[in-house]
Write a protein that binds this ligand. Structure first.
Ligand SMILES: [Zn+2]
Length: 81
């Protein structure tokens, strides 16, 4: 999938918008260019066209899997020091 970063006033990434393609990502007012192909950590839908973005099977993943973006954020917050 393609992502567009959402940053706070300090420039820190606080969330991402998920898109099925760079074409859909370019509809985001926050788009700042091709970010690269990103593997989905959980199933979601393209913010622009609604296409399903399916995460790869867990056995393929090298990173933790999350049931939701909320769980992913919680885990990432726990990793901060
Ligand atoms: Zn799309």
């Amino acid at each position: 999938m393609n992502i567009v970063l959402i940053t706070d006033t300090n420039g820190d990434t606080v969330d991402v918008n998920c898109y099925c393609s760079d074409t859909c990502a370019q509809t985001d007012p926050l788009y700042e260019g091709w970010f690269g192909c990103v593997e989905a950590a959980y199933d979601t839908a393209c913010r622009a066209c609604g296409a399903a973005i399916i995460a790869p099977p867990a056995r393929w993943a090298t990173a933790p899997r999350y049931a939701s973006r909320r769980d992913e954020r919680k885990h990432n917050e726990e990793l901060r020091f």
